[in-house]
Design a protein around this ligand. Structure first.
Ligand code: GLY
Length: 317
């Protein structure tokens, strides 16, 4: 058996391609890298890789991570500019003995020395989004901090190996050098092939406060089903944040155990996620929370068509 689960609808093409690899017996690490790279390469996904939205200086600074659930090796890059596939750099870093998490110029030096492809990651479309947001923010005093959709993908291969990878451009209009949860082990991702994995999307500053991906894996290790583990962890963090701070940022998580069972939880409306297993062709679901429990349904064709039009719609400034 093999399986993959990913945050957001944007991962479905990637997990479709990676599914074929997993079906043919390919390693979970290779498959998860393939899937994340497809999201990074697609210019209309404005929160990951090429086409990702820039920081307040109009620079695209990217965060990515990779973890191997057999060895617990981790590699991560943060605030990296002008490299095509941050996830591949993170994966390569996971093979190093030390210096596994590099930021900014250090990450770029490493990528250059190891022959990774350079690319200007700022698209004309992302620049238009930037100009529009700047204008709206100046004109109307809007909060610029929205648009933070990390792709996080967990894979399980036929040998029982599990891996996880994340990639994001982080918060739109973030401060230069700001790093979210996606590159941080335990917050944006965690995986242990003896148990399972989890990965997050939402407001990094709040996801970090609960080390929420690790917390879900810990709950699964205690015997909880991934769905129960996700609901407990998201509800608890959401409640604690509201109790102590008056509000909670967006928190959405997916998880899978080493039997290929999966779960999802969110505190936002209409959180989408993508799943493929040896028994389920790649499917996009829409999740919502009701009375502390997550429910989900398959995204309809109308929803999928509307999504496609929305991400490609002209940007009016
Ligand atoms: N979850 C992505 C970020 O906060 O950067």
């Amino acid at each position: 058996m093999w399986a993959m689960i990913a945050t957001w609808r944007m991962a479905v093409e990637g997990i479709t391609k990676a599914s074929e690899q997993l079906e043919s017996g390919i390693d979970a690490g290779y498959a998860v890298e393939t899937a994340v790279k497809m999201v990074e390469d697609y210019p209309f996904y404005k929160s990951v890789g090429y086409g990702g939205l820039p920081n307040e200086n109009c620079e695209v600074e990217l965060d990515a991570a990779y973890m191997d659930g057999d060895t617990l090796s981790i590699g991560a890059v943060a605030s990296i500019k002008d490299y095509k596939n941050p996830v591949s750099i993170a994966k390569k870093l996971s093979e190093e003995k030390v210096n596994n998490f590099l930021v900014g110029i250090g990450a770029e030096d490493y990528a250059h020395k190891n022959g990774f492809e350079r690319k200007n990651m700022l698209t004309d479309r992302a620049k238009l989004h930037y100009e529009k947001k700047k204008k709206e923010t100046l004109d109307k005093g809007l909060n610029p901090y929205d648009g933070h959709d990390t792709v996080g993908i967990i894979s399980l291969d036929k040998n029982g190996k599990m891996c996880v990878a994340t990639s994001t451009s982080g918060l739109f209009m973030k401060k230069r050098g700001r790093i979210g949860d996606s590159a941080l082990s335990g917050s944006g991702f965690y995986v242990d092939s003896e148990v399972g994995g989890a990965t997050a999307t939402g407001l990094g500053e709040d996801l970090m406060k609960g080390c929420i991906s690790y917390e879900i894996v810990r709950l699964m290790k205690e015997g909880k089903h991934p769905q129960e583990a996700c609901d407990i962890a998201v509800n608890n963090l959401d409640k604690e944040l509201i109790k102590r701070r008056g509000k909670a940022g967006d928190l959405s998580l997916v998880a899978m155990n080493n039997k290929g069972e999966w779960g999802v939880a969110t505190n936002i409306e209409n959180f989408t996620f993508s799943v493929a297993t040896s028994n389920l062709s790649p499917t996009v679901y829409i999740a919502n929370r009701k009375d502390g429990k997550t429910t989900y349904e398959v995204a309809s064709k109308e929803w999928m068509d509307a999504y496609e039009s929305r991400i490609k719609a002209p940007i009016e400034i």
